[in-house]
Design a protein around this ligand. Sequence first.
Ligand code: UT7
Length: 357
Amino acid sequence: MGSVIIGSGKSLPKRVVTNDELGQIVDTTDEWIVPRTGIHTRRIAVEETATDLGAEAALRALGAQADGWQRDGAIDPASLDMIVCPTLTPDTHFPSEAARIRERIGAVNAVCYDMSCACSGCVYGLSTADLMLAGAAAARAQAAATGAPMRCNDVRRVLVVAAERLSKLVDWEDRATCILFGDGAGAVVLEWRDEGDAGILSSYMENSDDTERTLWCDSAFTARTVPFDAEQGLPEADAACDPYMRMAGQAVFKFATAAMVRCTEEALARAQLSVDDVALFAPHQANERIIRYAAKKMDLPLERFQIIIDHVGNVSGASALIALNEALCEGKLKQGDVACMTAFGGGLTAGSCVFRI
Ligand code: UT7
């Protein structure tokens, strides 16, 4: 019984950007970037919108487009009850990115919303979708037992699709951040099943206050004046509002390494499993050194981690969903295997999710 992954997809923009190309716009080199981060190339959306990327990842997860993974065959978009889109870079403030993807894929029965939880979006997306599915299953049982109507939406299938164009938030003159990030999308379809032992086994989410502004991006709206104060006059965009993401690299590194281990252990404890029960870890990909550190701390060989940062960079909440998709498509995860997804990011957010394929 549980929320079973029945589809998985990814989408990456066409344009590959090498470290040498970045060396032409900021003072950096391939020799600096590779050993410090593990990144060789990333994809940057020149033509694609977040909706293009999200819709393609979703269609692949549904089996409506080639190169996705399905557990039991193609999934009808009209059977989706909900679309959850973790994103920092929706194409429009509203409608939500999830609603835009709904329209593109023909998910005519889905209710949609976006989530802002930075790079933890994959785990927060899966965990909250699982809570929705489990809550709806309980409500169905209650309605059946009492003869009363369903007290909430009947949610049986949820699409979680993280779609990011982080290149819009990157300061392309800041070598400390512009080398790290890329664009792309990752998607999974979850279905509630009353039978079987596949599905999400446990989840754990946490927040801590980012009092030192270690990972930050001002909104275009935060610094605007309003017209109700006579002394301030009419609203104007505040020139001091910084539109780019900012990061205190070493502080985030410290938070990330601790969060990776803490959240993985917490989620595994909730599933009453140990690291030895996990066939594959699909972690957030912010820096290969963070993954190496976590592997060492948990006494695990690096081969148990799906690493994609070399060709994708950091794609925020989409990273681990892309990693999961590549592992499934490469046949590294079979039915019955246990996998673990752990992520951390702005907020500060962190979390982990354990599931059986
Ligand atoms: O998902 C979002 C979460 N983000 C993260 O998890 C990022 C976590 N942090 C990191 O991955 C690392 O801190 C970075 C990769 C961002 C930086 O690596 P670092 O080993 O912490 O470098 P650093 O910031 O200590 O900088 C070392 C030196 C500095 O020069 P000086 O002051 O020693 O002369 C930097 O100015 O490297 C310099 N530097 C660069 N040099 C060449 C910083 N960025 C670059 C660059 N190319 N791109």
